[in-house]
Design a protein. Sequence first.
Length: 541
Amino acid sequence: MSARLADDQDDIFEIEQIFSADIKEVAAVAPDPFAKTGDDLKSIRGVSSGQKRQITNELRKYNRNADHTAQSTQINEAELITGYDIFGVVNPPHPLDSLIKLYEMSAPHYAAVNAKVANIVGLGYKLVENNLTKQNLQSLDGNPKKLAKVQDKLNSHRVDVLAAIEALNEEDPFTETLIRVWRDYEVTGNGYIEIGRKRDGSLGYVGHVPAQTMRVRKDRGGFVQISSNRAVFFRNFGDTNKSNPIAGYQQTQYANTTPNEIIHIKKYSPTSTYYGVPDIISAQQAVAGNELAAQYNLDYFNNKAVPRHIITLKGATMSPTARAELIRFFETGLKGQSHRSLFVPLPPDTPGNSVELNIEPVETGNMDASFDKYRRSNTTEILMVHRVPISKISISDSASLALAKDADKTFKEQVCQPEQRIFERRVNRIIALLTDAFDFKLNEMSLTDANTQSQIDERYVKNGVWLANEVRSRDGMAPIKGGDTRVDLNAKATVSTNKTPVEQAAADATANRNRDSQRSANATDSVGAARNPKGEGRTTG
């Protein structure tokens, strides 16, 4: 690799060549199933008989014109009808399999994607009262008994809905499904949620469909997936009337079912109105540069850290065969052989002339971490396009704690929260099929420690901003009796020892207000002058 770098510097950083090589490698292992032509396309289960006849006619036309190269209007093999034509789908702007390979190839890209997935959807979810439910509860503030009864029903209904959500997929928890969808979204720019309905139209299944197997139809009338050499059609979510354009395998094998539906989440880019484009596209040169720099170092260590040499021969000449053998030895013979003995055959000395052979290393410095600064710069660029702070991927060695906290706050407010709101709106379309009382909400990353958060919760409950059960629900705890009653700040403290937690909170709040008033009164002297700082005597006129 080092010789190739020295001989062809221009090609090293030519990103088009690098990525075209990656695409070819991916295509050799996992070719695009939608790009199949001819008999390979007809072998896909899901191609209707009419579509197969269309393919056959195109093949006959190609074979009939194959020998008429002069004045020919023959169809080139590359122009034969493909799966994109048969199924009426659009080719993505970037090869999806190549984007997936890029995710596994680049460590900074891999870490940044996982950090975003963990903090956006990986922290779990909860069900919160929607605006209509909150209004109905507020209208019951004057009737505590009825309010408590409604709150109990809501809590019971919340438990039932949560159980129903987890029962929508027998194999994967709901959070795991969301994680897979969002990882596809960050890696390929597209995420797909599959929704299946029961015979009565109610919600029966929610799952993840791998993004690399999905294509969008040109008329935006649904999606087509090719997996395991089988084509499947999906409707847009909410569309229950679209006919199935795939009249083959799917209809014969699943004649009693209707197509499942898809919610497509895409990372919008002006380059495509059908598909999303991932952030990493903007930093593809940095990814390729890191890969080449890493390969250079690997090749260096494959040589057991033996550098290239300059060989000079003085006082004699060597035959072309001997010279080629010597060069071959240094180019390949030293690879993989540490500290081996070296024997160099020399021509015989002539009278008055001695033969001298010098072997001098060219690279004698520290070569075990070439392009270190370059790789750091590339890593910074990759994290920049992802907008992920370096502290989130655990390689920060110089950032102070204050800077790390500030970066985390920016990451939460400018990256995670907007993406969470986008995802919540999509998922709430599914939740609406189960309940009209709650909204789906993703848990947010916390910037405070447990002790600080407990103090915040205490103040909010005492001041009537939050309910005790709201705090408990956020932390996954079961509600308690009286926890849905708002603290009355004007309530008088009692001496009774049989107070409920809410009554005790009200008493404590009243006592705190009294103490605050007393402290304010003590902060001035009898004539209203401000108190002197501690240690300074009071001056008198």
